[in-house]
Design a binder for this molecule. Structure first.
Ligand SMILES: [Zn+2]
Length: 117
């Protein structure tokens, strides 16, 4: 992975960490914390919006994502050579995948294989 690519992913990770921290702090009164990319059902999302605060499930989901992102950031900052490299086949992980999941340790092909097992 080039230093440039690494810097781009790092910026994305930092931005996402900030977003999550802000939304975790914003307990009440905002529906903007409900993002369409969360992997929760529509009903849960509607409930969350009606209640005007994040559900406990969403909060846990965000906290889990936050800690994964912090691990990814640490790996980038420690100049981990294996960051951005597939743990299985050692080929570089696609930038698009790293942008979506900065903590990904497998390339798309290996991740798909792993899911099928
Ligand atoms: Zn792979």
């Amino acid at each position: 992975m080039t230093q440039d690519d690494r810097a781009i992913v790092r910026a994305r990770v930092v931005e996402r960490i900030d977003e999550i921290r802000v939304s975790l702090q914003r307990d009440t009164g905002s529906t903007s914390a409900v993002t369409p990319d969360s992997a929760i059902g529509r009903l849960t999302r509607q409930d969350a919006m009606q209640a005007g605060h994040m559900t406990e499930a969403m909060r846990r989901q965000r906290q889990a994502e936050l800690s994964r992102l912090e691990v990814a950031l640490r790996r980038i900052d420690q100049d981990d050579d294996e960051y951005g490299e597939c743990g299985q086949c050692e080929s570089p992980i696609a930038m698009a995948r790293l942008m979506a999941r900065p903590d990904a340790r497998l390339c798309v092909a290996c991740a798909e294989l792993a899911e099928r097992k």
